[in-house]
Design a protein around this ligand. Structure first.
Ligand code: KG4
Ligand code: ZN
Length: 410
C-alpha cells in the first residue's frame, strides 16, 4: 500500500512516497511504514531578498515545481512508466474537463498537467495525502488543486492532512541507514502520552495538550507574531539573511559573554502570565528601538549584532522552554514534544534538556530530526498512514478544500 504525500503550505514544495508494510502490532501506534522516496524544493533563495515569504510568489513557484518534482519522485521510486504512443488512448473528455476546471487558477500547471498525465501509466499508488491547512492560502490551494487533478485522473482517494498535527507526528520518524530514508519508530503510548507539544514555526506558535493521537487541546498560542516570525523579523532588522532562525543561531553562537561591550537586556514577553499564551511582537519592537538609537558604527559592528542575536534567541528560548515545562508539570504530562521549524534550534533543545533535568520531574523530551523540523512531506505521509490505519479521513476530491486557519483536531 503506497501513499503519495504533498506539502505546499508555505515556501517548500515537498513530495514523499510512503509505503505501509505489514500489519500493526499490538501496543504499536503505527503500521510498519517506510519512506521510499522524497523530493523537496526550498524557495528560501527566492524569498531572501524580501526577508520573508511573499505568498503570491510562493504560489507561482509551487505551480512551477509540483509536476517536475512529482516526475522526479516517481522516477526515483521506479513508478513512472512512459506509455508508448500506440498505447496512449485519449483521456475521456469528462475527466479532462473536470481537471481543467480544478486547475483554472493554477496558471502554467494547467497547460502541463494533461499532457503529463496522458504520457504516463497510472503509478502504483493507493492514496494521495495533501496538507490542506493551516498555512498560506494561495500556497495551500496550489497543492490542493494539483492533488485534486491527480485524484480525478488516477481515480484515487485523497486524505487531507493538518500541517500542525503532521509537525508533531514527525517525532515518530527515524532515519534508516540509507541516506535520508526514514521509517517509523514505534513506541508504547503509555510511556509518552499525555504530552505537551510545542509547535513553533514561521506561522504558528502553539502549546497543545496531546491526550492521544488525533485528540488534542490547544492550551495557548501566540497573540501576535509566531516565534519563527520573530526570528525572521529580528534578523531582517539586524541585516541578517532569511530565514532568520538559522542566521540568528549561527551568529549568536559566536558571541562570548566576556567580550560583551553593550548592555542589552531584552524583555521576556508573557513569561509570567498565568495562561499559556505567547507574544513576540514586543520583542521585535524592543530590538528595533535599540538598533535605531545606536550609532552607524555600532550597528555595523560584529560584536553588537552577535550580542543582539544572542539576547534575542535567549529571550525566545527562555519564554518557550519555561512556559512549556510549566504546562507539562501543571497538567501532569509524561512528555514534552517539539515540532516546527524553530524546533531545529540547537540552543532551544539544549535548554529544554537542562531545564527539564533541573526541574526534577520525570518528563521525556522528544524533538524531530533536524531536517524533519522544517516543512517536509515525510511527516504528511506518516500522518496519512496513521489515519489510513484508522480508516478515517479518506475523501473524494470534491470534498477537499484549503483551509488557511485550520485548527488541530480536537
Ligand atoms: O515549519 P517551518 O519550516 O515553516 C512554517 O510552517 O512556518 O518553519 C520555518 C520557520 C522560520 O521562521 C525559520 O526562521 C524557523 O522556522 N527556523 C528556525 C531554525 N530553523 C528554522 N528558528 C530558530 N532556529 C533554527 N535553527
Ligand atoms: Zn510548518
Amino acid at each position: 500500500m503506497k501513499i503519495l504525500a504533498i506539502e505546499t503550505s508555505c515556501d517548500e514544495t515537498a513530495l514523499a512516497l510512503g509505503e505501509k508494510r505489514g500489519e500493526k502490532k499490538a501496543n504499536n501506534f503505527f503500521f510498519d511504514f517506510k519512506i521510499i522516496s522524497q523530493v523537496l524544493f526550498s524557495q528560501i533563495e527566492i524569498h531572501k531578498k524580501w526577508g520573508g515569504v511573499y505568498p503570491s510568489l510562493a504560489k507561482r513557484e509551487h505551480q512551477k515545481n509540483l509536476l517536475p518534482l512529482l516526475s522526479k519522485l516517481l522516477g526515483r521510486a521506479g513508478l513512472l512508466k512512459v506509455r508508448s504512443k500506440k498505447t496512449r488512448s485519449k483521456s475521456d473528455g469528462f475527466k479532462i474537463k473536470a481537471i481543467e476546471k480544478v486547475l483554472e487558477r493554477e496558471g502554467k500547471l494547467k497547460e502541463k498537467m494533461i499532457p503529463f498525465l496522458e504520457k504516463h501509466y497510472k503509478p502504483e499508488i493507493d492514496l494521495i495525502a495533501i496538507t490542506h491547512g493551516p498555512g498560506l492560502e494561495p500556497c495551500l490551494w496550489a497543492g490542493v488543486n494539483f492533488t485534486k487533478a491527480l485524484g480525478i485522473y488516477w481515480d484515487l482517494k485523497i486524505m487531507p492532512i493538518n500541517h500542525i498535527e503532521a509537525h508533531i507526528f514527525a517525532n515518530w520518524l527515524k532515519p534508516i541507514s540509507s541516506k535520508s530514508k526514514f521509517k517509523i519508530q514505534n513506541s508504547k503510548s503509555e510511556n509518552i502520552l499525555p504530552a505537551v507539544c510545542l509547535v513553533a514555526s514561521g506561522g504558528h506558535t502553539q502549546l497543545i495538550l496531546m491526550k492521544n493521537f488525533g485528540d488534542y487541546k490547544i492550551l495557548g498560542e501566540t497573540l501576535d507574531d509566531a516565534a519563527g516570525e520573530a526570528f525572521d523579523k529580528i534578523a531582517k532588522i539586524l541585516g541578517l539573511s532569511y530565514p532568520g532562525g538559522p542566521s540568528i543561531a549561527k551568529i549568536a553562537a559566536k558571541f562570548k559573554i566576556q567580550n560583551s561591550k553593550f548592555k542589552i537586556k531584552l524583555p521576556r514577553p508573557m513569561l509570567y502570565s498565568k495562561n499559556y499564551d505567547f507574544s513576540f511582537s514586543g520583542l521585535k519592537t524592543a530590538v528595533l528601538y535599540d538598533y535605531k538609537k545606536r550609532s552607524q558604527k555600532t550597528k555595523k559592528s560584529k560584536n553588537y549584532i552577535s550580542q543582539m542575536a544572542y539576547e534575542s534567541q535567549k529571550s525566545i528560548v527562555e519564554v518557550l522552554t519555561k512556559k512549556t515545562i510549566r504546562a507539562a508539570k501543571e497538567l501532569n504530562c509524561k512528555s514534552i514534544i517539539l515540532g516546527g521549524g524553530v524546533a531545529a534550534n540547537e540552543w532551544l533543545k539544549k535548554e529544554f534538556g537542562q531545564r527539564i533535568s533541573e526541574s526534577g520531574c520525570k518528563i521525556n523530551f522528544l524533538a524531530p530530526k533536524k531536517e524533519l523540523c522544517t516543512d517536509n512531506a515525510q511527516m504528511i505521509a506518516l500522518t496519512a498512514c496513521y489515519y489510513y490505519g484508522k480508516k478515517c479521513k479518506i475523501k473524494n476530491q470534491s470534498q477537499i478544500n484549503a483551509s488557511a486557519n485550520l485548527s488541530i483536531p480536537k
